[in-house]
Design a protein around this ligand. Structure first.
Ligand code: CP
Ligand code: NVA
Length: 332
């Protein structure tokens, strides 16, 4: 691999990174996971401080950034959706300038991609995108890491995203697939496909890496002989609760269930970024059940709990991959 140096670079979207740079981050993630498993401590970033800005809720991303920060020896400050001045009393630009004076790196989860791009532009320190309306790039590193733990090589595999194919997770999956030569299929209703602009960009990149991008509403054709079946919740954070009824109608045909998994390869795995509505053990799922009579949504409990489901390995890999991103962009 050519010399890769990501020091000082922000991690805002995967389109900003070459295939070699993504591969470098994945290799580094594997190395850091191995160290963690062996109990090898390496506080390589001791003396540095990071801030985590969350305008939306989180379990995995927040915990992964915090634990990774501590493992690397850093100080970590968490700002929840109500406890900073950003947006309400202070502009993004001013906030970025202030945080850049105090911290060595900034994580942001929230709304428009433009916000995270502005934070990077004005802070002068690396900014990491922990999810925006458009993209969720740290998630993809964990997803590909999990795929490669099951298949060794991800190049040439068929990955199918089922459901709300224009959300942040689907967009980012399409980009990472194009960059790494994975054949990507978005399977969902025509009105919920990624933007034509992003699809065109990804098709060009995919061609360079000998893979394809396919958009379809045909579940049987899409999932036939798939290696990876992926889905996400039907209503994302920041969307109105009132759209649940329409989304259920629109996306129910794209639920990941036993017949979908049986149509895929016998060796296929199931992935989901989580959280997931696969049972009635959450307040949202109970509300939906009371209103619409649905016991499970984007994935059945049977598939979620099956041996093909690798969702908890995937969740753990958020830690190792986020650690790799911070290490690569902060280490001298
Ligand atoms: N997958 C993911 O980003 O999970 P959280 O919303 O819990 O961070
Ligand atoms: N699409 C989901 C992903 C959550 C990790 C959301 O934005 O809410």
């Amino acid at each position: 691999m050519k010399d890769i140096n990501l020091k000082g670079k922000s991690f805002l979207k995967l389109l900003d990174f070459s295939s070699d740079e993504i591969r470098y981050l994945l290799d580094l993630s594997k190395e850091l996971k191995d160290k963690k498993k062996k109990g090898i401590l390496h506080k390589d970033l001791e003396g540095k401080n990071i801030v985590l800005l969350f305008e939306k809720t989180s379990t995995r991303t927040r915990c992964a950034f915090e634990v990774a920060g501590y493992d690397l020896g850093m100080g970590v400050t968490y700002l929840d959706p109500n406890s900073s001045q950003m947006g309400h009393k202070e502009s993004i630009e001013d906030t970025a300038k202030v945080l850049g004076r105090m911290f060595d790196g900034i994580e942001y989860r929230g709304f428009e991609q433009e916000i995270v791009e502005k934070l990077a532009k004005y802070s002068g320190v690396p900014v990491w995108n922990g999810l925006t309306t458009e993209f969720h790039p740290t998630q993809m590193l964990a997803d590909v890491m999990t795929i490669e733990e099951n298949f060794v090589n991800s190049k040439g595999l068929k990955l199918v995203f089922m459901g709300d194919a224009r959300n942040n997770v689907a967009n980012s999956l399409m980009v990472v697939s194009a960059k790494l030569g994975i054949n990507f299929v978005a399977c969902g209703p025509k009105e919920n496909m990624p933007s034509a602009e992003l699809v065109e960009k990804c098709k060009v990149i995919a061609k360079e890496n000998d893979s394809t991008i396919t958009l379809t509403d045909d579940v049987i054709a899409a999932t036939k002989d798939a290696d990876v079946i992926y889905t996400d919740i039907w209503v994302s954070m920041g969307e109105e609760k009132s759209i649940w009824g329409d989304r259920i109608k629109l996306l129910s045909p794209y639920q990941v269930n036993k017949s979908v998994m049986q149509n895929a390869k016998a060796s296929a795995i199931f992935l989901h970024c989580l959280p997931s509505f696969h049972d009635l053990n959450t307040t949202v799922a109970k509300d939906i059940y009371d209103k619409y009579g649905l016991k499970e949504m984007e994935v059945t409990d049977e598939v979620f709990m099956s041996s093909q489901s690798k969702v908890f390995d995937e969740a753990e890999n958020r830690l190792h991959t986020i650690k790799a991103v911070m290490y690569a962009t902060l280490k001298d």
